[in-house]
Design a protein around this ligand. Structure first.
Ligand code: GRF
Length: 235
């Protein structure tokens, strides 16, 4: 897959905010962090639109309150729930209108096809609640505890056709506490997500992280640390 480069400070987009489209399905606490950082002027982004596959996602309220265009793509005109192909057709058209530089999946709970990903107008990143490549898919917190892991966390990776398998750009990790329950761990990991997402987008916007691949980034940036960059945040 060829990914278009993210504009950097040295490109013709210098001083232009990174245009971001966000795909959501739920509460949108990560979207809120991006909205707050954008409004505070600490992140050089413009959220050009939010797509939700659920009508009842609170994320849509957060976006509307911030004056961000929202597209809810949940049901077809007939009232039937949209199949993934119909969703992708509408989402592609919407993204083409917004022309983002980057598409961010933040709590987006549908699996996208390779065709959609390859034809998207911008590279895509996903926020996943585990230290990939461990615990792809769902119920990551419970599975990490049950396996007796000492560490857990979240990852931001490039979206590819294979679920949760694209190059990992950044991770934030924490220790699992003795006898910790999944809901406590989930809450702590979500706090990490709220730091990792804006931090990663800042690195991408500034050109300090390459979207092309982990390997390419190593060759281009011999003096920078190996990817994924790991943030160890203590409680
Ligand atoms: C996050 O915890 C993310 O890891 C998972 O879905 C959740 C989304 O949370 N994939 P929010 O909608 O950003 O509050």
């Amino acid at each position: 897959m060829t990914l278009s480069p993210i504009p950097t400070d040295t490109s013709s987009h210098a001083n232009q905010p990174l245009r971001i489209a966000v795909l959501v399905s739920g509460s949108g606490s990560n979207l809120q962090v991006l909205i707050d950082a954008m409004q505070a002027g600490v992140l050089p982004i413009e959220i050009v639109g939010v797509i939700s596959n659920r009508e009842d996602a609170y994320a849509t309220t957060r976006a509307k309150d911030a004056g961000i265009p929202v597209a809810v793509l949940s049901h077809a005109a007939s009232g039937k729930r949209m199949g993934i192909k119909t969703f992708e057709t509408h989402a592609s058209a919407q993204l083409a209108t917004w022309q983002p530089d980057l598409v961010v999946l933040a709590g987006f709970m549908r699996v996208l096809s390779g065709t959609f990903i390859d034809n998207a107008p911008a590279p895509m990143i996903n926020l996943h609640p585990s230290l990939l490549p461990a615990y792809k898919g769902l119920d990551t917190h419970q599975r990490a505890i049950q396996s007796g892991e000492r560490h857990h966390g979240c990852s931001i990776h490039v979206v590819t056709a294979e679920l949760d398998a694209g190059a990992v750009l950044t991770q934030a990790l924490t220790e699992i506490k003795p006898h910790e329950m999944a809901d406590s761990l989930q809450a702590r990991v979500q706090k990490l997500e709220h730091q990792l997402l804006p931090w990663t987008i800042l690195l991408l916007a500034k050109g300090a992280l390459s979207m092309n691949s982990v390997q390419a980034s190593q060759q281009e940036n011999k003096f920078l640390p190996l990817l994924p960059l790991k943030l160890h945040i203590r409680d």
